[in-house]
Design a protein. Structure first.
Length: 368
């Protein structure tokens, strides 16, 4: 090679060595502490390189010993670097409908130096139906969490997302996505948790089906019940069961955000470079299965912080059932943030049913 190529080659080799050294330094720094939150967090690099990519593709990985304990969810930091939270509050719907939004501004109190913001996006609706049809659970809202340094006097805008305010009826065109929850203020950039998804086209696309207008698994491209009213519900008119079912939980709504400046904390400790991350879990679509009689079941996914009370199994055989009649307003079930709307099943001719609104969004603040 000529002199210029040789010089460029040497420069590139030197830059690669510098990059390797800097990467090793960064890994050593962020792996230095693996405790500080409940569950024994694994370190930021392990979360970024191994856990988060896995959870983004499969947000609900079942623990073989306990299905209410999703794998890796306990890796999200929960506590400050030392001591515990001294106070906190929630921003959410208090009207008794469990689906409306809420918003306020909050100024960091005197003596406070650390805060945790948690977000739950509002849940997606289910759908109406007509004759022999079905509308699956609404998708859950995404979840996001961050622990950061703060300075007294800073003000943050806290917004808990609103779910759809009405119950979708038979002629409704499309299921309604939940609104996001977010916090805006010093040190935060685009920190939000999306609301649960709407159309069942999105559900089948997340499953990976090439023709996302029929219920079914990715291996059964052309089979399954066809979607109606822009993916609001499916029409069961061909005596076709879920092919190689059930349809497993898949991810949907996303979370987002970053921390900048001296506010950032990694593994609940402040790193030298001041960079931190937002932890989170995507929204999740339900499990769903039915046979050639259109008798079946559907499982609502767990929601972070409410794992033991959100794994609802909905079963049906004949007649009309659930939808708006099982909503959080009418019943005591799923009165939690981010819940998906109850499924709606109709059987027989000249019958119709209403779907259910999703659950409210929420912002939870803990400070020290």
């Amino acid at each position: 090679m000529d002199v210029l190529q040789y010089s460029a080659f040497n420069q590139q080799s030197a830059l690669r060595k510098e990059l390797r050294d800097e990467t090793k330094c960064f890994r050593d720094l962020t792996h230095a502490t693996s405790s500080g939150g409940a569950g024994g967090e694994p370190g930021m690099i392990k979360w970024i390189e191994e856990i988060e990519p896995c959870l983004r593709q499969y947000p609900y990985i079942k623990d073989a010993a306990n299905s209410n304990n999703p794998c890796y969810w306990d890796c999200i930091p929960q506590n400050p670097a030392d001591g515990s939270w001294t106070s906190g509050f929630k921003v959410c719907d208090t009207s008794g409908y469990y689906r409306c939004g809420a918003q306020c501004n909050w100024t960091i109190p005197s003596g406070t130096n650390c805060v945790r913001f948690q977000l739950w996006g509002s849940g997606g609706t289910s759908g109406g139906g007509y004759q022999c049809s079905g509308a699956v659970w609404g998708e859950t809202g995404a979840y996001a969490s961050v622990i950061m340094n703060v300075t007294p006097g800073w003000t943050y805008c806290l917004c808990a997302g609103c779910a759809y305010c009405c119950y979708p009826s038979e002629p409704s065109q499309g299921r309604i996505q939940g609104c996001p929850s977010w916090v805006n203020g010093c040190g935060l950039c685009a920190f939000c948790a999306e609301g649960g998804g709407g159309s069942m086209f999105n559900w089948m696309a997340a499953v990976g089906k090439g023709r996302p207008y029929r219920t079914g698994n990715v291996c059964c491209m052309d089979s399954g019940s066809c979607f109606c009213n822009q993916g609001t519900w499916y029409r069961f008119d061909n005596s076709c069961a879920i092919c190689q079912g059930p349809i497993e939980h898949v991810g949907g709504a996303n979370y987002n955000g970053c921390i900048w400046g001296t506010t950032a904390m990694v593994d609940s400790k402040v790193p030298e470079d001041g960079n931190g991350i937002v932890y989170g879990i995507r929204g999740i679509w339900p499990e769903w299965c039915y046979d050639t009689n259109h008798y079946g079941w559907g499982n609502h996914p767990p929601i972070y912080g409410f794992e033991n009370c959100t794994r609802c199994c909905f079963q049906w055989d004949s007649g009309n059932c659930c939808g708006c009649y099982c909503s959080a307003w009418y019943s005591s079930c799923l009165r939690v943030p981010g819940a998906g709307g109850w499924p709606n099943i109709t059987m027989g001719d000249n019958r119709s049913g209403c779907g259910d609104a999703g659950g409210m969004g929420m912002v939870c603040v803990s400070y020290k």
